[in-house]
Design a protein around this ligand. Structure first.
Ligand code: SF4
Ligand code: MG
Length: 335
């Protein structure tokens, strides 16, 4: 199968302006050369601490943010360089679900109006058709038609997220980018919303990119998981491989913080030293070297390349034969 989405060398650098003249004094490398594929019907989890560039990556895929560099091929089409009108059409097929649905839903509009809006934007002219579809999708996400006349504040957090999901589904998208959709919800509600998303994926043949700051949340929903640190992917693997045998020391540390349900199984706790460095002034070489318990000399001088170790498992770390060869990898930088 061909990937539905192909991302290559995606970068987003934000200029840092300082001084009375607002001169550019450098760049925050929010996303610094990220590449991955997403296949039809799968869920790719993207995980990392806040500021690692995961949300920025999601927004660039919809061109809500312009990439500084890189390619985004969706459904056989290159998205970078498309004009606003063409991009608007593409956005039928790619939708986002946000952490706080209130932030993206107008609180003064009824839920019915909120759900109708994407249909209007995408040219569904008949009001009766729109209303019918709104009722249908409220039902699909576990609410009912009479909820259409109510306002967002009349719903619980979990119900509001169901409305956010319904809104994303209105245009029959192929890809949904969910940016921390359950992070603000109680654990019991989280699993209800995750189950709903999985049911909808099967029913509508959806492809998901599921962004989270916690490896625990994406575990059951993801087919593959990518781990980001300071704007780069440091590990990308099938879920099972990643959770059974994390290779990157950062992934190991993140995972050691996730409680293990099996009481007979103990994972060694890895506590990271220090905080995440500022992306405006990232460490040289492997940007994780300031916190890594396995740091070697080469880690300070040379950026490790994301390379495949065995089927479906890629890692960017000098512990796994990461000697820089520089032959064919554009993302290799020696600082
Ligand atoms: Fe640690 Fe070096 Fe691997 Fe970076 S490359 S994660 S510093 S061992
Ligand atoms: Mg975020």
């Amino acid at each position: 199968t061909k990937p539905l989405l192909k991302v290559e060398g995606l970068k987003k650098y934000f200029p840092v302006k300082k001084g009375p003249l607002g001169r550019v004094r450098g760049h925050v490398k929010a996303v610094d050369g990220v590449s991955f594929d997403v296949y039809p019907g799968e869920t790719l989890g993207i995980v990392g601490e806040s500021g690692c560039g995961k949300s920025t990556t999601g927004r660039m895929l919809m061109r809500l943010l312009e990439p500084t560099e890189g390619r985004i091929e969706f459904d056989g089409r290159e998205l970078t360089g498309l004009g606003p009108e063409e991009m608007r059409k593409v956005r039928r097929d790619i939708q986002m679900v946000f952490q706080d649905p209130f932030a993206s839903l107008n609180p003064r509009h009824t839920v019915g109006k909120i759900l109708e809006e994407p249909l209007i934007v995408h040219g569904v002219k008949d009001a009766a058709d729109r209303k019918k579809k709104v009722r249908e999708f409220l039902d699909i996400v576990g609410l009912s038609g009479y909820h259409a006349s109510r306002y967002p504040h009349q719903f619980s957090g979990g119900q509001r997220q169901r409305i956010g999901i319904a809104r994303a589904l209105m245009t029959n998208p192929k890809l949904i980018i969910a940016d921390e959709p359950v992070s603000a919800l109680d654990v019991s509600i989280q699993s209800q919303v995750l189950n709903l998303m999985q049911d909808l994926q099967r029913e509508f043949g959806l492809t998901y990119i599921f962004i989270a700051h916690d490896l625990g949340v994406v575990r059951h929903i993801s087919d593959r998981v990518g781990v980001m640190y300071l704007g780069r992917l440091v590990e990308l693997a099938d879920s099972e491989a990643l959770y059974d045998k994390p290779l990157h020391p950062y992934t190991q540390a993140l995972l050691s913080a996730v409680p293990v349900p099996d009481p007979g199984f103990e994972r060694e706790q890895i506590v990271l030293e220090g905080d995440i460095p500022s992306p405006a002034n990232p460490p040289s070489g492997c940007t994780f070297h300031t916190r890594c318990p396995f740091r070697m000399d080469v880690c300070i001088t040379t950026v490790p390349i994301l390379r495949q170790t065995d089927t479906g498992h890629s890692v960017a770390c000098h512990l796994y034969g990461g000697e820089a060869d520089g032959n064919d990898n554009k993302t290799l930088v020696t600082e």
